[in-house]
Design a protein around this ligand. Structure first.
Ligand code: HAM
Length: 447
């Protein structure tokens, strides 16, 4: 019986894999411009990290964690998000003691949630994100939002919607929670089972309910803005005015509360509507947190961060034809004419690769005609033909597969010739369709 992939997971193959690489590398480059440094926490954490960090009342912890007992009886979890694990990493490695604050970290990798798979919703997906830890200023919030915005705009997503709200400080949330409890007390019997347990655990979570029949009740619930402390109100006004100053447009969304329990003050989400109308949900989201580090045994340092959903971003880029031309290019295809020259052919291939040329090789013994067919199928620009004569004279035959011109050259001469042919690319100044790579341009339009 054929073995299939696990429901909610997906294989990333060929040009799509190239698209992920190019999107992820742009994300890293922009984060580094904002002076963030990469960290790679493990995928596996003690379940406690997420139970204490993300919170017992969140759907993520209540219903979506891939948790299990390992052979030693420890309760472990495949990370359902990065932020709590990053905080564990910062506390355990005492990064707060040795670094200037804020500690600015970025991360990329797979995340696991047992959700119902649908458009843009997977059980294993990739997140790229940042956390800026140890600084509570509104300027830090805005710098983090600006970083997410810059990444998304640099990818070509221009009609972005940034939804923003504040959840206030602890004092604001406590009085808001009381108000929600009072309001929902008279409605809860008519709401879904999930809401009934949310009512007991944390009535704020009721606002995340996706059950259509519950929406009319939820829509009339009290709003956080009426329960904000004066310092939280002031803080939010400052964040919005800083966003105005740097020209980032936003929509205040009073219903935005986010599904993870650690948030306080600023919360935000990025949305993008593909031209074909596909709705993948938020393409990225984040917010400020005050108690997360303390909850995980560290000092009471605040932080702010965001995570971008790489799958959703690649999907909207694909829908709107915004993915860069990332088809794989093959510069050279090495063709050994007989078994006895395979060693020499392999060493020639290694030298060509060391000079920066994408080089593939025929690994079995077949007719020259078959090898040419393979080279053409692989879209190679040149064939490198090596027979016994070439091996004896330490040479190769280089054949341009478009013009059919060929020359006999030493490896050094071949590399010099190729360096001239694939001259430095000037594509940034000129329209170029050659799909140049590594600074090598094969179209010469820019010269
Ligand atoms: P989140 O909103 O749970 O936040 O996830 C962030 C992003 O991950 C979402 O906006 C979405 O693009 C993507 N995403 C979430 N679930 C799925 C799914 N099932 N399939 C595909 N993509 C998905 C967090 O994870 C927080 N840790 C963000 C954060 C960082 N807050 C502070 N720092």
């Amino acid at each position: 019986m054929e073995v299939k992939n696990v429901k909610g997971t997906h294989d990333i193959i060929g040009e799509e894999a190239n698209a992920y690489t190019s999107v992820e590398s742009l994300m890293k480059t922009v984060a580094e411009l904002y002076a963030y440094h990469e960290v790679r926490p493990p995928v596996l954490e003690h379940s406690e990290v997420f139970i204490r960090g993300v919170g017992e009342s969140s759907d993520v912890v209540r219903k979506e964690m891939y948790d299990f007992l390992d052979k030693g009886g420890r309760s472990l979890t495949l990370r359902p998000e990065f932020t709590a694990g990053i905080m564990r990493l910062v506390v355990q490695n005492k990064l707060y003691a040795t670094n200037e604050l804020p500690i600015k970290l970025y991360y990329l990798g797979p995340v696991f949630r047992y959700e119902r798979p649908q458009l843009g919703r997977y059980r294993q997906f990739n997140q790229f994100g940042v956390e800026s830890i140890g600084h509570a200023s509104p300027t830090n919030d805005v710098d983090v939002i600006a970083l997410a915005y810059t990444i998304l705009e640099s990818l070509g997503l221009e009609n972005l919607t940034l939804k923003i709200n504040t959840l206030g400080d602890e004092e604001s949330r406590n009085s808001y929670r009381d108000a929600l409890k009072k309001y929902f007390a008279s409605h809860i019997d008519n709401m879904c089972e999930d809401c009934k347990s949310r009512f007991e655990l944390n009535p704020l979570r009721i606002l995340d309910c996706k059950v259509e029949e519950d929406r009319p009740i939820i829509n009339k619930a009290p709003r956080i803005k009426d329960y904000l402390s004066s310092s939280s109100k002031e803080r939010f006004v400052k964040v919005l005015s800083l966003l105005d100053t740097i020209g980032i447009k936003y929509e205040i969304d009073e219903s935005l509360v986010r599904g993870l329990d650690y948030y306080s003050e600023t919360v935000f989400e990025f949305h993008y509507q593909s031209q074909n109308g596909n709705n993948y949900g938020a393409i990225g989201a984040g917010g400020h947190y005050s108690n997360l580090m303390k909850e995980l045994g560290g000092p009471e340092y605040p932080g702010i961060g965001f995570s971008l959903g790489v799958e959703r971003i690649v999907s909207v880029l694909k829908d709107d034809n915004l993915l860069p031309d990332i088809s794989s290019k093959l510069d050279l295809y090495v063709m050994p004419m007989c078994e006895c020259v395979h060693g020499f052919a392999e060493s020639v291939a290694c030298e060509l690769r060391a000079s920066g040329y994408v080089t593939d090789m025929c690994y079995d013994q077949t007719k020259l005609g078959n090898m040419f067919k393979r080279a053409t199928n692989k879209n190679a620009k040149y064939a490198v033909i090596i027979g016994e004569d070439e091996m004896k004279t330490n040479k190769l035959v280089l054949k341009d597969l478009e013009t059919q011109e060929q020359k006999t050259l030493s490896v050094e001469e071949a590399i010099e010739f190729l360096d001239n042919e694939f001259d430095e690319c000037h594509c940034e100044d000129h329209e170029c369709e050659c799909g140049c790579h590594d600074g090598h341009c094969s179209c010469h339009k820019g010269e």
